[in-house]
Design a binder for this molecule. Structure first.
Ligand code: TA6
Length: 298
């Protein structure tokens, strides 16, 4: 659907407008009394969220590549129906196919508290079934208010159970990674991916002093990113998830990844709400499963 048609059907004057964004991909530009935000239909990727009077909350790489088949580097990519490499077939895309698919608009609405809701959906087609032999309806509901609520709902519309791994792979903007601590994971075990996937135990807050790529297990807790440089805390609450991923590429990986500036690691950290590792979920035929992330700034 063209931006013009989208605005005809789903635009809300002064609040929701669909325009051509980077790479010619369509994005929803949202503005209300609480915040401003942007959401690309490419991958249903929230790429910006900024509460009124506050610094941007999400990090979007200045070197992000906007082209078919490539995930946007930053914001909140939707990793689905698997997290990380495909469990058995390395030829299949890392983090699944949802984050590079073209999603459709379901609805837009102004909520009673003047927040804005945008719902997007993705359903199976011959292309997805060639990669993953299941029928599904995926819906992303984004509510932009003083906080940002992102809900990913998986519906199994087929006749067979399906195993789903996923992530709301959120990149957060921080003032200085050296002065960041992440609270909420104390006492949890985690898979330390850069160290041979060894299982380790978290003591105290998470500090970023090297490449960090950890799947924290058996945790339903809220995380708080203490960003001393920007004198703020970013709260990341969740439901439908028992695994939280923390990632910072650090120096070498920032240099290795073309869509991250060499010094990109200094201003970002990922805290991801996931069904990863043993937290992947079976969704029975006709059933649904939902993961929710709620982001707020203090
Ligand atoms: O969520 C952490 C992670 O799995 C890291 O291993 C890193 O690969 C990151 O995702 C980004 O993955 P991408 O495929 O977007 O480069």
């Amino acid at each position: 659907m063209t931006s013009h048609a989208l605005n005809e059907h789903y635009g809300i004057p002064g609040e929701v407008q669909f325009i051509a964004g980077e790479g010619g991909f369509t994005k929803a530009v949202i503005s209300n009394r609480h915040a401003a935000a942007e959401v690309y239909l490419h991958g249903a990727t929230v790429t910006a969220f900024q509460p009124r009077g506050k610094a941007p909350v999400l990090w979007l790489s200045p070197q992000a590549v906007f082209k078919p088949g490539k995930a946007i580097r930053g914001g909140i990519p939707v990793c689905w129906p698997w997290f990380g490499p495909h469990p058995t077939d390395s030829t299949k895309p890392q983090h699944g196919f949802a984050r590079t698919a073209q999603w459709s608009v379901v609805s837009t609405a102004t909520l009673p508290d003047d927040s804005t809701e945008l719902r997007l959906h993705l359903s199976d087609d011959a292309q997805t079934r060639s990669i993953w032999p299941h029928s599904f309806r995926l819906e992303l509901a984004v509510v932009i208010g003083s906080s940002l609520r992102v809900a990913l709902r998986t519906q199994n519309t087929g006749n067979d159970p399906m195993k789903v791994g996923c992530a709301l792979h959120s990149y957060f903007h921080v003032g200085d990674i050296h002065r960041v601590e992440i609270n909420g994971l104390d006492g949890r075990d985690y898979v330390d991916q850069p160290d041979g996937n060894r299982i380790k135990h978290q003591t105290g807050p998470v500090k970023i002093e090297q490449e960090v790529d950890r799947i924290y297990l058996d945790t339903e807790d809220e995380c708080v990113i203490q960003d001393t440089a920007l004198a703020r805390s970013i709260r990341v609450a969740k439901s439908g998830s028992k695994s939280t991923v923390v990632w910072n590429p650090w120096i070498a990986k920032s240099k290795a990844l073309a869509d991250i500036p060499d010094d990109g690691y200094l201003g970002m950290v990922c805290v991801e709400t996931t069904n990863a590792a043993k937290d992947a979920r079976f969704v029975a035929a006709g059933a649904s499963s939902e993961v929710v992330q709620i982001i707020s700034v203090e």
